[in-house]
Design a protein around this ligand. Structure first.
Ligand SMILES: C[S@@+](CC[C@H](N)C(=O)[O-])C[C@H]1O[C@@H](n2cnc3c(N)ncnc32)[C@H](O)[C@@H]1O
Length: 240
């Protein structure tokens, strides 16, 4: 409201609900309210856990035709791109070239624009291992780094509010990765979202959340993964 020089809440409310310009203001408001902090490989144990799950699926030959990952609350893209790097490396090391895709969703349109552009500041990229940096980024004249087209093609960014999860397309996933988002919701809402995630997982699929972000949650179709540094759940196979 200060940015617009407005002091009256009802006037601001009327502005936000007024047609196309209201929709634009609504988008700005959402963007100002959410916390978008993120980084590449932010919680390494969780990313490593995804790597170990994928390796297990390859060894046990339980992969379906396409391998689908969903990064929920993806912010400016560092999380889904990190997941994509791990999946790509794992398939390559196994000598496989199956179809895989990462769906990345967020409520902030501004964050999604940065994510789609795939250009990141030097300080964020230079924290990564040099081998990864060299493989997946190109440094531009201004020092910033552009993500490789190979990864950009794999990640599909979409605007979505996780609170309207039941309105989203119900594509089933092998991995659902949701970190540093559920903490912003009340406990009962976190549980509802977790239940909705279960419906969007393939049998044997894995749900990874931020450590300690969900407590007192269990589901008859899910078993907690025995990993200390990671909070993950595996969907039981149909015949289990
Ligand atoms: C703190 S960031 C976490 C980013 C990334 N997951 C990570 O762990 O680095 C939280 C993200 O959740 C998004 N977010 C907040 N509320 C949301 C909602 N209701 N639906 C979808 N995304 C939301 C924010 O826009 C922000 O990008």
């Amino acid at each position: 409201m200060r940015e617009l020089g407005q002091t009256d809440y009802s006037q601001y409310y009327n502005r936000v609900i007024d047609g196309v310009s209201g929709m634009m203001e609504w988008s700005v408001l959402i963007d100002r309210l959410v916390v978008k902090e993120t980084s590449f490989f932010r919680h390494r144990p969780s990313i490593d856990y995804v790597h170990s799950c994928l390796k297990r699926m390859i060894v046990e030959n339980t992969l379906s035709e396409s391998f689908e990952v969903w990064s929920v609350g993806c912010s400016s893209g560092e999380e889904p791109y990190s997941l994509s790097m791990i999946v790509s490396d794992t398939f390559e090391s196994a000598g496989l070239d199956p179809y895989y895709g990462v769906t990345a969703t967020d409520i902030s349109r501004a964050a999604l624009t940065i994510a789609r552009n795939g250009i990141f500041p030097q300080r964020k990229v230079e924290m990564m291992e040099p081998a990864i940096r060299q493989r997946y980024f190109t440094q531009q004249d201004n020092g910033r780094y552009l993500i490789s087209p190979e990864l950009q093609d794999r990640v599909c960014f979409n605007h979505a509010n996780v609170l309207n999860i039941n309105e989203m397309p119900s594509m089933v996933q092998d991995i659902i990765f949701c970190q540093n988002l559920l903490i912003y919701f009340r406990r009962w809402l976190r549980h509802e979202i977790m239940n909705a995630f279960v419906e969007r997982l393939k049998p044997g699929g894995v749900l990874v959340v931020g450590l300690g972000e969900v407590v007192d949650w269990s589901h008859p179709e899910m078993s907690r993964a025995p990993a200390d540094e990671v909070q993950a759940y595996i969907k039981k196979s149909v015949d289990a």
